[in-house]
Design a protein around this ligand. Structure first.
Ligand SMILES: Cc1cc2nc3c(=O)[nH]c(=O)nc-3n(C[C@H](O)[C@H](O)[C@H](O)COP(=O)(O)OP(=O)(O)OC[C@H]3O[C@@H](n4cnc5c(N)ncnc54)[C@H](O)[C@@H]3O)c2cc1C
Length: 246
């Protein structure tokens, strides 16, 4: 880990370096990595081998998926990840809150995450702050003039980020303003109330699993969008969300 910057009170931008990052494929925006933290009491993470297998007796590693917000190859490759700081009850969040230059994290990946829809007339991007790194990376990559409608839910106005894009962007920020993350309906209400453009969209939704499922069902059942155009991914689960909800 090279450097950490607080983008907002609840978002830390962390830059990683090192030889292991050289030559990443960089095909689609917001590719993802699985980050792996050392087990309790250990200094270094143990990386999986042969796909995702750990040697017998390996202590349990904490791993979570994160989005590549930015990647620069070259003599000194640098990879940027934006971490939502949601409190000390999550290992990744607690680590990112206190991270200092020199700390080591393991990784597996990268993997493509956003599937472009070349024939899309426009793009719909929806999510909470965990989706914001991917939405930011996607907005930087979509072609100039492409129409994008985006809905982003954050804790409050202090969590908004400036998003650079050449797209024709219509962005709505939704503030929870004290309502709990993962149980707030304001993103859902904003999307269901919106007048969306006509034509064939590419849709990308990410955030709390139940909230994502409800939005996907709204877009499929009430807006009549074909399921094949909807890419909807649960990024985290509220403690009351049933485990079988993806
Ligand atoms: C493909 C993919 C890409 C992702 N990219 C990013 C990214 O770029 N940046 C990012 O910050 N997150 C990202 N996430 C989400 C992140 O992996 C989860 O939030 C993860 O659960 C955090 O791990 P943790 O160790 O902090 O907490 P966990 O051990 O997973 O959870 C501990 C507790 O914290 C709660 N919790 C977890 N996440 C949140 C949250 N965001 N807000 C409130 N409560 C929470 C859980 O409900 C649980 O009760 C991504 C997830 C996926 C699947």
């Amino acid at each position: 880990m090279r450097a950490v910057e607080r983008l907002t009170p609840r978002m830390a931008r962390i830059r990683f370096g090192g030889e292991a990052l050289a030559g990443f494929p960089d095909e689609e925006p917001g590719e993802i990595l699985t980050l792996i933290w050392p087990a309790e009491g250990a200094d270094e993470p143990v990386l999986p081998r042969n796909g995702w297998r750990f040697a017998p007796g390996t202590p349990e590693q904490h791993w979570r998926n994160y989005t590549i917000r930015d990647y620069a190859d070259g003599a000194d490759p640098t990879l940027t990840i934006d971490f939502v700081l949601h409190g000390d009850h999550g290992t990744a969040s607690a680590w990112a809150t206190r991270a200092r230059a020199g700390a080591t994290v393991g990784f597996a990946g990268p993997r493509i995450h956003f599937y472009a829809e070349p024939d899309a007339d426009w793009t719909l991007l929806c999510g909470d702050e965990t989706a914001l790194p991917s939405i930011g990376a996607t907005l930087e990559r979509l072609p100039a003039g492409h129409r994008v409608v985006a809905f982003v839910e954050v804790a409050d106005a202090g969590e908004r980020l400036a998003l650079a894009t050449r797209c024709d962007l219509e962005l709505t920020w939704i503030h929870r303003d004290g309502e709990p993350a993962g149980r707030c309906r304001r993103l859902h209400d904003a999307v269901t109330a919106a007048t969306l453009p006509a034509g064939r969209p590419k849709v990308w939704i990410a955030g709390e699993s139940l909230a994502v499922r409800d939005l996907r069902e709204h877009l499929r059942d009430e807006r009549g969008l074909p399921i094949g155009l909807l890419q909807a991914i649960g990024y985290w689960k509220h403690r009351t969300t049933p485990r079988d909800i993806e």
